[in-house]
Design a protein around this ligand. Structure first.
Ligand SMILES: [Zn+2]
Ligand SMILES: [Zn+2]
Length: 98
């Protein structure tokens, strides 16, 4: 498993750069060029899962079909969330990176 990037650490500060939403923590490998709310476009699994979790949590299951209109709308909703803190769905877990 690879390490989180510096940007990943900023995106998941409470979990040492990992998305801990699944059983095995996934390192965020985002770069500063990513969207504030990256949905995994850069190849980052952690943020991809985070977006999928957002879709599921908000009942947007049809958004999970790639390049659908529903996906576009879900991406828009995802990115227009207020603030720079990680989504609450991420904050329920804690992981120290070790
Ligand atoms: Zn990421
Ligand atoms: Zn990214």
């Amino acid at each position: 498993m690879c390490e989180p990037t510096v940007e990943g650490l900023k995106r998941y500060p409470e979990t040492a750069g990992y998305n801990v939403d699944l059983a095995s923590p996934i390192p965020c490998v985002c770069t500063p060029a990513c969207w504030v709310r990256c949905a995994g476009e850069c190849g980052c699994q952690a943020c991809s899962i985070q977006f999928i979790t957002f879709c599921e949590a908000s009942g947007r299951l049809s958004a999970l079909a790639p390049t659908s209109q529903a996906e576009e709308e879900a991406l828009y909703a995802y990115r227009s969330l207020v603030g720079t803190e990680p989504p609450t769905i991420i904050r329920r877990g804690r992981f120290d990176g070790r």
